[in-house]
Structures are given as C-alpha cells and as structure tokens.
Design a protein around this ligand. Structure first.
Ligand code: AQP
Length: 335
C-alpha cells in the first residue's frame, strides 16, 4: 500500500523550544512510521524577519541536527534545507499571482508580527503563507503536522490549491489539498512568563521559554521564576488560571502520564512542591535529546550526507509538481 505523505518544517530563527517540540516535532516522530515524511528546515521563512546573515547557515545545521536528536528516523523520513531546492521560491511566485492580497492581509500571524516589525514590515512577511503553501503543495502532502498557531495558514494553503485547480486544471486537478495534523495536548504551549501568550522564539525574554538545549541549571532557574498564582491546589480546568493549566500540561506530556493521573497527583500540591517535580521531569525528558544532538553536531560529515540525500529525494518530487503547475499555467517548455 502506498503511504500517505507528510511535510512539515521549522524556521532556523533561534533555539527550538518546548512549543516547537511538543506542538510539532514530537508528532512528526510519533507518526513517522505510518507515512512517507519530508521534514525541512525552512530557512527562506527565516528572513521574513530581520536576521543575522553570519548565523543563518549554522542555525540551519543546528535545527537539522535537532530533528535527528528528537528521533527523526531516516528509514521513514527525509530531512532537507528549503533554500537548497529552488522550486520553493519559484512555486511561491507562481502562486503569488493567483492569491488575492486581502487573503494575506487577513492572516493573524501577519498582523501580530507586523506590529513587532513596526514601520519596516517587509513584503516577505506578508507573503510568508504563500511560501508555506508552496512548501506543502510541491510535495503533494496529505498531512501537515503543526501547532495550533499554523491552522489558519493550512486553511489558506487549501484555498490557494483549490483556486489554482479550479482556474487552471478543473478536469484534472494538479495540487492535492492537505489536511492539518494537530494534536490536542501540546498544540499550544504557553509562555512561562504569561500563560495567555504562546511560547515563542521571538519573545525578547529567554525566561519565557524552555529551549531544547537549555542546561539543567537554566531549566531549574526558568521554572523557579516562572509566573504562577497564589491559589493552593493545582487544576487544569480553571480558565482563570492559565499558568496552572500550561504547567500541568507540560508535566503531563513530558512525564507521559494521563491527564487524570496528573490531576489526582497535583490536586493538593502547592507550587513549591510542583516546581521541582516539573524541573526534574523536564531535565530528564530533554537529556537524551541533548546527548544525541551533541553526537550529531560532532559529526558534520554525517549531517551533510543526511541533508544531501534528503535534498535529492525532495527535489525529485518537487520538480515534477513544479513542471505540472507550469504546464497548467500555460508556460512553454524550455528548448
Ligand atoms: N508555543 C507553541 N506551541 C505549540 N506549537 C508551537 N509551534 C511554535 N510555537 C508553538 C509550532 O512549531 C512549528 C515550527 O514553528 P516555526 O519555528 O516555523 O515558526 P513559529 O510558529 O513562528 O515558531 P515560534 O517559536 O512561535 O517563532 P516566532 O517567535 O517567530 O513566532 C510550527 O508547527 C508551529 O505550529
């Protein structure tokens, strides 16, 4: 039986944090044997915000190494770098020309990030969802495992694919409509300093997130100082206590316990008892990832060969889709 195809990626814009891991990468790993998977480091997305050219390449390698460290298995999955395959940029341009501007202006992430960029909002930030649509549609992906924050972009991807198929190839649609894969737990990990905002790489305060490569001391310090409340007894279900819900959810997912088990264990606890428990659980959950990461980074040649193989496999598929899209749009074939 032919396996369904999965595509997803993360930007090399900083350290991966627990939100990226629990919202996205953990789900890639858990589902990978069922699918044919392509995981890319989306470095073209990384320049939609001001970036440091001197660290982009190094960060790209680090994210690819973290994919392996988190458990991406090359038996089922390919890892590649988005900018190594020019079809991503080319399809973005073609899709730009059929995407209404107001669809992009309505995107929540654009509105939020545009505020952060102030007067220097670049066109790439507005166009980010079309690039993301190109990433997914190039591989004719069936499923896209992402966090909750990317749901709107996935819907836009489907709208763009529908519009393209309807306008240019109604009889024989070229682009497959992908489905989001969003898990209930960990789909939206919140900031340690404000339980109503998502944990994010671009938050200026490093205290707001736990990075996958944080040392035990850093993890302990961040959890010790994270925002809590003054109520005794911890519960998931009080909407007035977003920090309690977030920290209990982190404990649940990282310990592998069920919601019921955690609710029973923590119902009479104060923060002074819970925080060391969460600290120890987090440190233990991240330790094997950190060890594997170091081993991969110590063998650059291996990492480069992984990315070369991934590129070859990805390019073979991307070039076919791009050719089909260009044919549907009426382009001449180069002589
Ligand atoms: N807080 C989160 N909870 C659950 N999932 C999350 N993701 C991101 N933050 C959370 C998921 O991680 C994947 C990769 O994200 P990305 O790096 O490509 O882009 P992002 O969403 O912009 O990541 P950040 O950390 O939130 O960066 P900034 O600060 O730039 O906004 C995606 O699947 C995303 O859903």
């Amino acid at each position: 039986m032919v396996k369904q195809r999965v595509l997803s990626g993360v930007q090399p814009t900083g350290n991966l944090h627990l939100g990226n891991y629990l919202g996205a990468i953990r789900n890639w790993v858990e589902g990978q044997s069922q699918y044919e998977n392509f995981f890319c480091v989306v470095d073209l997305h990384a320049i939609t915000a001001p970036h440091d050219a001197s660290t982009l390449a190094e960060n790209t390698y680090k994210i690819a190494a973290l994919y392996l460290a988190c458990g991406i298995d090359l038996q089922y999955s390919s890892i590649f770098v988005q900018s190594h395959i020019s079809a991503h940029s080319e399809l973005t341009w073609l899709l730009n020309c059929i995407t209404p501007l107001n669809w992009l202006e309505d995107m929540i992430q654009f509105k939020e990030k545009a505020v952060k960029q102030g007067e220097n909002v670049n066109t790439g930030l507005l166009d980010y969802p079309v690039l993301m649509a190109a990433d997914i549609l190039l591989y004719q992906a069936d499923k896209v495992p992402v966090g909750e924050d990317q749901k709107q972009h996935l819907e836009l991807t489907r709208d763009i694919a529908n519009r393209f198929n309807y306008q240019f190839c109604r009889e024989k649609p070229v682009l497959k409509l992908p489905e989001p894969l969003i898990r209930a737990e960990g789909a939206r990990v919140m900031s340690l300093t404000d339980g109503t905002r998502k944990m994010s790489k671009s938050d200026p305060s490093d205290m707001s997130r736990i990075n996958l490569l944080d040392t035990p001391d850093q993890i302990q310090n961040k959890i010790k100082r994270c925002k809590t409340d003054s109520v005794r007894g911890l519960t998931f279900d009080d909407s007035e206590r977003p920090e309690a819900r977030n920290l209990l959810t982190l404990y649940m997912v990282l310990s592998g316990k069920t919601k019921e088990e955690v609710a029973a264990e923590c119902q009479d606890m104060g923060w002074g008892q819970f925080k060391p428990l969460l600290t120890e659980t987090t440190i233990n959950a991240l330790k094997p990832i950190q060890e594997k990461y170091q081993a991969v980074m110590d063998d650059k040649g291996y990492l480069e060969s992984v990315l070369r193989d991934g590129r070859q496999k990805a390019e073979a598929i991307a070039s076919i889709t791009l050719a089909q899209v260009k044919a549907a749009l009426g382009y001449s074939v180069p002589l």
